[in-house]
Write a protein that binds this ligand. Structure first.
Ligand code: BGC
Length: 520
């Protein structure tokens, strides 16, 4: 279709002439290729739980854990065998990603989004090869740390790339494709584990771990052919290149309005010497900083990764056999993928707030339902021998509704919203804070879930529900709508907000820039 495309209309929803342009096939293909970056993260979320429950893997690398697990005869379903060492091995990836995201910030700003993506893919590939060939636990750990570095770089750069490259009124659609790739990664990993666990000779885990290299190769090849974003090119002084690129990706000659907005943002950025100092010290960045911390915190405190990491264990506990449990985990995985597509279709139409609020309410209802069902059957002792089939099916249905609520709201928007709200001068640092907080709480939830379940029992679901209430209220009062607002004009949402405007008392794109930067 070449330069033919759909007209991009409706700047800020009402001025169709501000950023003229079409949705070109070039930009669509570019964005699809970049979104593949989500695959490595998703594959990893899905693969580790299954691998660490494969007996030959445990026997080889964690013999004491394996024997303790075999000897565990407790009938209390709330207190499953819990090995901190094994969980630490799994979640070491998230710690490595946390640290790497700060290094990625400098690389993404200085060398562009594309280089960070490529570097992330390369490091991840090396990690996957080392893991697949592991003969000693040290190789497993080194491999895992490298995977984490790869994820840190990819998650820091890909959402930014997508948000900057997309036409502003399709930004939601394309950015959500990153989450779609995460969910596909999780699903594929679950399916692989299911089949590879059955391989005779017990070496299936090598395939599970090694195949992580495939999404890594996809990212390396894609980022090799991608161009960088116009925003990053301007930021790095390559203005003519940015103009040519803008014409190509928007499919029109008249790109002046968009180019001038990026240039103005860059002129702001020039006055900022140190993005880290600014994001933490300047009052005018306070709303953006608060969002970059609270959004990933709330996303993880929905408890979603309890399902992603422990679904088969949970389903076994409520009465399914081994195979049925894995199948139910696959069902929730399919729901996760399908429900994300709702967000692709509606994030730019209904807006972020509608999805955030609806998703929050839906998760809350079904979390409470799960807590009530489990509480009614398992009580506080957790000693149950016989559970009716209908019970297990109803719990799975409730969990599917909960997962769907997450998958069209806090899942994708937890990556979209932070990537679109930062001003150019602190965008890279802000995204690193987002990734670091996300990884920190992914790590903590994974690490303490089994211990919390043992102490809080079915109340654990109420614990997560409490955070869902908080985050929904936070969204209602403090999160302004961002749909249809060009990324370099986003500061207006804070200036017009009833609460955040008090932090924006200095002109942002105006003359008094030095005051803004020095203000503490
Ligand atoms: C979250 C992950 C989660 C996944 C589930 C992502 O947005 O960051 O922690 O496992 O969604 O689909």
């Amino acid at each position: 279709m070449g330069g033919v495309g759909f007209a991009v209309s409706g700047s800020r929803g009402d001025d169709p002439t501000q950023y003229p342009g079409k949705l070109t096939w070039y930009v669509v293909m570019t964005l699809m290729a970049a979104a593949m970056g989500g695959l490595i993260f998703g594959y990893d979320i899905g693969i580790s739980g299954g691998v660490t429950s494969m007996a030959p893997f445990l026997e080889k690398f964690f013999p004491s854990v394996y024997h303790n697990q075999m000897d565990d005869t407790s009938t209390n379903q709330y207190c499953k065998f819990d090995s901190q060492i094994l969980t630490l091995f799994t979640s070491s990836l998230y710690l490595a990603a946390l640290v790497a995201s700060f290094f990625a910030s400098t690389m993404t700003k200085k060398f562009g989004r594309r280089k960070s993506m490529m570097f992330g893919g390369l490091i991840f590939l090396v990690g996957a090869i080392i893991n697949a060939a592991a003969v000693h636990i040290s190789m497993l750990i080194i491999g895992r740390v490298l995977l984490g570095i790869g994820v840190g770089f990819a998650n820091q750069s890909v959402p930014l790339y997508l948000s900057e490259m997309s036409p502003y009124n399709y930004r939601g659609t394309f950015n959500v494709c990153f989450q779609l790739m995460i969910t596909i990664g999780i699903l594929v990993a679950n399916l692989f584990n299911y089949f590879f666990a059955k391989i005779e000779g017990g070496w299936g885990w090598r395939l599970s771990l090694g195949l992580a290299g495939v999404p890594a190769i996809i990212i390396i090849i894609s980022s090799f052919f991608l161009s960088d974003t116009p925003n990053s090119l301007v930021d790095r002084g390559r203005e003519e290149e940015a103009k040519t690129l803008l014409k190509r990706i928007r499919g029109v000659e008249n790109i002046d309005a968009e180019f001038n907005d990026i240039l103005a943002a860059k002129n702001d950025a020039r006055l900022v010497q140190n993005q880290w100092q600014n994001i933490f010290k300047s009052r005018c960045y306070r709303p953006q900083l608060v969002m970059s911390i609270l959004i990933p915190f709330f996303q993880q405190l929905t408890g979603i990764n309890v399902i992603m990491f422990y679904a088969p264990v949970l389903f076994k506990t409520i009465g399914f056999g081994s195979d049925a449990s894995l199948m139910s985990a696959v069902i929730t995985g399919v729901i996760n993928v399908l429900a994300t597509c709702v967000s692709i279709g509606f994030a730019d139409r209904w807006g972020r707030r509608t999805l955030f609020l609806e998703g929050g309410v839906q998760m809350l209802i079904f979390q409470i339902a799960v807590a009530a069902l489990i509480g009614a059957k398992f009580g506080v002792t957790g000693d149950v021998t016989e559970l009716p089939k209908w019970f297990a099916i109803v719990v799975v249905i409730c969990i599917c509704f909960y997962v769907a609520g997450f998958a069209w709201s806090w899942g994708p928007l937890g990556w979209l919203y932070p990537s679109e709200i930062f001003s150019l001068e602190i965008r890279s640092a802000g995204q690193s804070v987002n990734v670091a907080v996300n990884m920190l709480f992914t790590f903590l939830v994974a690490q303490v879930f089994l211990a919390l379940l043992c102490t809080m029992k079915f109340g654990l679901f109420i614990f997560f529900a409490f955070f869902v209430v908080l985050m929904t209220l936070f969204c209602y009062f403090f999160m302004p709508e961002t749909k249809n607002i060009p990324i370099e004009e986003m500061t207006q949402i804070w200036r017009e907000h009833w609460y955040w405007k008090r932090f924006m008392d200095q002109p942002v794109n105006g003359a008094n820039e030095m005051t803004r930067i020095e203000q503490v």
